[in-house]
Design a protein around this ligand. Structure first.
Ligand code: PMP
Length: 405
């Protein structure tokens, strides 16, 4: 299988910067030129507000915006584009669900499950929705092996939770949730299932119908698209039944001072002027990804991460966290006895960008009994040479520590 990483890299203007090794892709990825061009083209030629103008520019903007919805529905194999809601990202999608679905299905004594490696974007909205409803948010804990604990999950499902939120790929660890078996289990227990796909959307081919989840959320900026745009796809009957989340223009059918009626899907959940250029940019990113040999791209990323894992495991004084062979995108580690931020600053001096901190996963950090970790995360445009430069800089750091002792 041939995969030309140099040809791919050359499509990303930000990567041409001298000396930069960008290994912080789980936070956000760089953008290919086609995404930048799609957004510039919209502002230069078609800029107008969508859905309400009689003029030709508005018609073109509406076509491009609704075309983007259609492209993204195909990208995740959604059965209908009306059930694809544009949001600002995964965080807003989770807030929408926790507020709207939460108000519809949660009552006193109910439970909501979320995995222990969940991002705060999954935890906090559901925690607050549970508090409002008199319900309880319960974590699905990690087992001793660092994977999610199946026996604990089975016990928690026995109480028939109303909602189960699963993170397909952990942003902090790169570890995968076993959705193939866990989603049917949640469904059999009568739960509504929500997948946080913020990380998986860049590393897996997503098929929401094959997954069999009720809702799937992701952010554009982690899959080579712009910031400020994301997607919530959901089961149509549930979305139809759910109350609106935000109110204002676009989402209404009729308004008087006494009452309002609401628009149909997807507009019911898209109050106000949407992020039009960003939606178009995100569709360009999806088309760009679909235009690649996805399997070759995934194989490249997998091999690269495995290489990083092996090289890291050869170094003395490094603790790796949940670094499994099926990890995708990211690896977490610490230099023993060192603060993660110090490692990040050292690496930055060598031009290497990784992320150090709690990764918006404070409960996970508590479970791992650390304040934070260093995280290396790869995208399709990263190459072996960059991993070697990262390892060389980290080796220098460890040697510097020992010299100093
Ligand atoms: N979930 C996961 C797994 C993430 O990695 C992130 C982003 N770090 C989010 C949710 C939140 O995404 P956003 O900030 O784009 O809304």
């Amino acid at each position: 299988m041939s995969f030309d990483v140099d040809a791919l890299r050359s499509q990303f203007p930000a990567l041409a910067q001298e000396g930069l090794v960008y290994l912080d892709n789980a936070a956000t990825s760089q953008k290919p030129q086609v995404v930048l061009d799609a957004m510039a083209q919209f502002y230069a030629q078609d800029n107008a507000n969508v859905h309400r103008g009689a003029h030709r520019l508005s018609a073109r903007a509406t076509r491009a915006f609704e075309g983007a919805r259609h492209t993204l529905a195909k990208f995740i194999n959604a059965p209908a584009s009306e059930a694809l809601i544009f949001t600002r990202g995964t965080t807003e999608a989770m807030n929408l669900l926790a507020n709207s679905l939460g108000a519809m299905v949660l009552g006193p004594g109910d439970t909501v499950l979320v995995d222990e490696w969940a991002h705060h974007a999954s935890i906090v909205p559901w925690q607050q929705a549970a508090l409002r409803a008199g319900a309880t948010l319960l974590p699905i804990p990690l087992g001793r092996d660092g994977r999610l604990d199946l026996a604990a999950y089975e016990r928690l499902l026995a109480d028939q939770p109303k909602v189960v939120v699963l993170t397909q790929i952990s942003n902090a660890l790169g570890a995968r949730a076993p959705l193939g078996s866990w989603l049917p289990m949640a469904r059999a227990a009568g739960a509504i299932t929500i997948i946080d796909g913020a990380q998986s959307v860049a590393h897996d081919v997503i098929d929401v119908q094959a997954l069999g989840c009720d809702f799937f959320a992701f952010s554009g900026h982690k899959m080579y698209g712009p910031t400020g745009i994301g997607v919530l796809w959901g089961r149509r009957d549930l979305l139809d039944a759910m109350p609106p989340y935000q109110f204002g223009g676009e989402m209404i059918h009729q308004v008087s001072f006494n009452q309002s009626s609401f628009n149909q899907l997807p507009f019911k959940f898209e109050a106000g002027t949407p992020a039009i250029a960003e939606a178009i940019g995100l569709a360009a990113a999806a088309q760009w990804l679909q235009g690649q040999d996805r399997q070759a791209l995934i194989a490249h990323e997998t091999a690269l991460l495995e290489y990083a894992r092996l090289r890291l495991s050869e170094l003395d004084g490094i603790t790796l966290y949940s670094a499994f062979e099926d990890n995708a995108g990211a690896l977490a580690f610490n230099v023993d006895g060192e603060h993660h931020q110090d490692v990040g600053v050292w690496l930055d001096q060598a031009g290497i960008a990784i992320r150090c901190g709690h990764h918006c996963c404070q409960p996970l950090m508590a479970a791992l009994a650390v304040k934070g970790t260093c995280r290396l995360s790869v995208a399709a445009y990263n190459c072996r040479d960059e991993i070697d430069r990262f390892i060389a800089a980290l080796t220098d750091y460890v040697e510097f520590l020992y010299d100093d002792a």
